[in-house]
Design a protein around this ligand. Structure first.
Ligand code: BGC
Length: 519
């Protein structure tokens, strides 16, 4: 039976029905969307990365590379202790892991710096000459050129390397007609970005303690590198340049970033090598002996933290592969931390794990014997140190193609033809694991820096290929760091630190001297 309703009642009833319908439709849509998304993810997961059940042997090899939070906190504690010890005495040659070199840089730029500078940057995969004009209020103009260094020069006589640097400098000045408008007695001020462990006794005096990153020229270790460069410059008649500052790349990075972010008090390099510097209170630098500067309260410390582990404090996480890599390197027992993280070594760690997996017949089982024509290619990869690059690790790690075709073509490009899906899957797991460990260790180290700086907020300036180009590494680093330090912090990519930042070091020095002279 129909019940009589007034028209207003009817309207209310209709409204309620509409609402109900919408609600049901909404729930249905929600459920359908959820089912759809679920199906999509299951499809993605099964299709994209058809899971390969890793054999226990693979798991056992990778397990020591997987670091727990407790282990990371132990790394943090050890690094912190080594930093404190390094600030007490100059015993870095034997007792202390970390050199903690005072850099004689006391202040960041305040925006009043001006002038024209040349910068020579030696230390990574490239050698660069720059012309920097600082126009005040941190406005900078920069022009630079990358020069290739013949490999033989990196391993030959130091004097030849410095002569080559001076020659490139001359070419750069001539090509850009920089000397044209200058008076005959004008000398360019040059900042020398030299990214190796140097014991500084002033801004322009620095003894090389040891080479790193595969450099090994003779006649440089134990000598003042500023003097070596100045002598090479002076040997070229007509080259009017004076070296006014020696700058580590971390310090350049810090200065470039500090000119933009006032709370930037640390500079980190994550590239061919790894290292960090930060502003430390002079009261904490017990070994500080500079009578000249009575007013400064802080100094930038070049930690040289790539050397951590020299005396065994990282032994609890070092794997047999790490030890193998170290003992077959040209610098055994040195740069232990660097060898676990930097772009120069990441690929090599992966290659050594791959060799282990091949030897246990887990990767491309039997194929080396069945296909004699492939054997030599495989062997080149297996024998040749350094034939697998950090870039390969980064690209393989990010391979989300259905058939792992990126991984497959990288492997083919280095001589491993027609790898199977399982080969590619396992190698991608290896790359992920090695890269994650490096990111976590870096996070632990940066966490120590942030804690030591003890500011309400800290910006850390970072440069280097791992941070600039290796997306996954950067993500893992940021995620782990957020877990390790609740304190407010941000990581900022520093642009052209090794050139701009070094010019700023020279400019700050010039400004502070002018201020002192006029007061
Ligand atoms: C060097 C450091 C440098 C770092 C990054 C390390 O091998 O010892 O001085 O800052 O590489 O280039």
């Amino acid at each position: 039976m129909f019940q009589m309703t007034s028209s207003s009642d009817y309207i209310i009833e209709v409204r309620i029905d509409v609402l109900k319908t919408l609600k049901i439709a909404g729930i249905t849509a929600g459920v359908l969307t959820a089912i759809g998304l679920g199906a999509y993810y299951i499809h993605q997961h099964t299709q994209r990365t058809k899971r390969v059940i890793l054999r226990d042997e693979v798991k056992n090899i990778l397990e020591p590379f997987q670091l727990s939070e407790d282990q990371l906190r132990r790394v943090m504690a050890n690094l912190n202790t080594e930093m404190t010890n390094g600030l007490k005495s100059n015993d870095h040659t034997d007792k202390n892991d970390l050199a903690m070199f005072p850099t004689y840089v006391h202040y960041g730029p305040n925006g009043q710096e001006t002038g024209e500078y040349l910068v020579v940057d030696l230390g990574g995969s490239n050698f660069r000459v720059s012309h920097v004009i600082i126009e005040g209020r941190n406005r900078l103009r920069l022009n630079n050129k990358i020069f290739l260094i013949p490999h033989s020069l990196l391993l030959g006589e130091g004097e030849k390397l410095f002569d080559y640097i001076a020659e490139c400098l001359q070419r750069f000045i001539d090509d850009n007609k920089l000397a044209l408008s200058k008076s005959s007695d004008y000398k360019f001020d040059l900042a020398f970005t030299f990214s190796f462990p140097c014991n500084q006794t002033s801004l322009r005096q620095a003894t090389l303690v040891s080479w790193t990153k595969g450099f090994s020229c003779t006649g440089v270790v134990g000598n003042d590198v500023v003097l070596l460069l100045q002598q090479a410059i002076d040997r070229r008649k007509g080259l009017k340049v004076q070296v006014v500052a020696l700058v580590n790349d971390t310090v350049g990075t810090l200065m470039a970033c500090n000119s933009i972010y006032r709370d930037c008090k640390a500079g980190v390099i994550l590239g061919t090598g790894i290292n960090a510097c930060y502003f430390e209170n002079l009261d904490n630098v017990l070994k500080w002996k500079d009578e000249q500067n009575q007013t400064a309260k802080q100094v930038v410390i070049n930690t040289e933290w790539g050397a951590l582990g020299k005396n065994g404090c990282l032994d609890f996480i070092r794997t047999t592969i790490d030890r193998e890599l170290d003992s077959s390197s040209s610098t055994p027992q040195q740069q232990i931390f660097e060898k676990m993280i930097s772009a120069l070594y990441l690929g090599e760690i992966v290659r050594l794990i791959i060799i282990e997996l091949v030897q246990r017949s887990i990767l491309w089982p039997g194929r080396m014997h069945k296909t004699p024509s492939l054997r030599s290619d495989y062997n080149i990869f297996l024998i040749l140190r350094g034939s697998f690059y950090a870039k390969h690790v980064a690209d393989i790690e990010c391979d989300t193609t259905e058939d792992l075709s990126v991984t497959s073509s990288i492997l083919t490009s280095i001589g491993i033809h027609n790898p199977t899906y399982d080969d590619c899957y396992i190698i991608r797991e290896v790359c992920k694991t090695v890269s994650l460990r490096a990111a976590k260790l870096t996070a632990a180290a940066i966490a120590v820096l942030i804690n030591r700086l003890n500011q309400p907020s800290v910006t850390v300036g970072i440069d280097g290929t791992l941070f600039r180009h290796h997306e996954k590494f950067k993500k893992n680093l940021t995620r782990t760091l957020n877990r390790l330090v609740p304190r407010t912090h941000r990581l900022v990519l520093s642009e052209d630190g090794s050139s701009k930042g070094s010019a700023l070091v020279a400019a700050v020095d010039r400004r502070t001297k002018e201020t002192t002279a006029s007061s």
